[in-house]
Design a binder for this molecule. Structure first.
Ligand SMILES: Nc1ncnc2c1ncn2[C@@H]1O[C@H](COP(=O)(O)OP(=O)(O)OP(=O)(O)O)[C@@H](O)[C@H]1O
Length: 265
């Protein structure tokens, strides 16, 4: 049984007050995510990646289709507040703008301590601090350097790492990482991807990595799904997509991938 099953997912947005317009943002999308697997959703801006991610995170309701996590339909079978906390503890998101995700007036220590309350994790204070320190070290930060600082006193790369640390604290089974590297310098991006690989390796997390950059997806994924105008137009391992892209859109994405990546295969 896959960890996550997405079947015939559709999202139609209605816009316009006088003349109604319908945008088919996600159009009949199906895929599975297995335990310990990293898959990427790759596509240009507007292809429906974020909408798909938000539906998986149960933040927006699909127009139709089914999402099952551990065999539970996330709209039909999760009813109580407790069910939802269970879900968000197990399926957690890391978003693209680490700055917007923090309350700027809070110290990092408090930002991270709040996570335990949010998800009803009842452990003693010492264990909480130890868990936080462990998570910070996991993402390559020194607790003593960041705990007392406020978000604006840290670099973008550090903030992104703290967001990942916040996710690690609750040890979700599935992490949905939506463009987690887009706001940081190119030189630091691989560092973030290496953390995702380490998460899979050491915590056996599954990851859905969302990006417009096929090169980054190639670096980190077991399987890549290419999205175009709301549909998945191609799916394969990085090797298959790089060596034998079938869809014209994948070929156009490949022209933007530096030779460095293709050299690996
Ligand atoms: N709340 C909304 N209301 C109306 N239309 C929306 C809404 N959110 C997204 N859309 C539209 O749905 C389509 C898919 O958007 P989505 O954000 O899912 O794509 P994306 O691939 O994640 O793009 P990006 O990389 O720019 O975030 C776009 O045409 C977008 O304009």
């Amino acid at each position: 049984m896959p960890l996550l099953e997405v079947r015939n997912l559709v999202k139609i947005y209605e816009t316009g007050l006088i003349r109604r317009q319908y945008i088919r943002a996600v159009d009949n999308v199906s895929f599975d995510v297995n335990e310990g697997e990293i898959i990427s959703l790759v596509g240009e801006s507007g292809s429906g990646k974020t909408t798909t991610a938000r539906m998986i995170l149960r933040l927006i309701r699909p127009t139709s289709g089914v999402i099952k996590f551990m065999d539970r339909d996330i709209w039909k079978d999760l009813k109580t507040q407790r069910d939802l906390k269970w879900y968000w503890r197990n399926v957690n998101g890391v978003f693209q703008d680490p700055y917007a995700s923090f309350n700027p007036t809070h110290r990092i220590r408090d930002v991270l301590l709040r996570v335990f309350n949010l998800f009803d994790v009842h452990i003693d204070e010492d264990t909480k601090i130890r868990t936080i320190e462990e998570a910070l070290r996991f993402v390559g930060l020194r607790p003593e350097e960041v705990l007392e600082r406020r978000p604006f006193e840290l670099s973008g790369g550090m903030r992104q790492r703290i967001l990942i640390a916040r996710t690690i604290i609750i040890k979700p089974k599935l992490i949905v990482a939506d463009e987690p590297t887009s706001m940081i310098d190119a030189t630091l991006r691989i560092g973030i991807l290496d953390i995702l690989l380490k998460l899979r390796e050491e915590l056996k997390s599954s990851i859905i990595f969302i990006t417009h950059d096929l090169g980054l997806a190639t670096y980190v994924s077991d399987r890549i799904l290419v999205m175009y105008k709301g549909k998945i137009v191609e799916e394969g391992t990085p090797e298959e997509l790089l060596n034998n892209p079938k869809h014209e859109y994948t070929r156009s994405l490949l022209t933007a991938v530096p030779k460095l990546y293709s050299k690996w295969f």
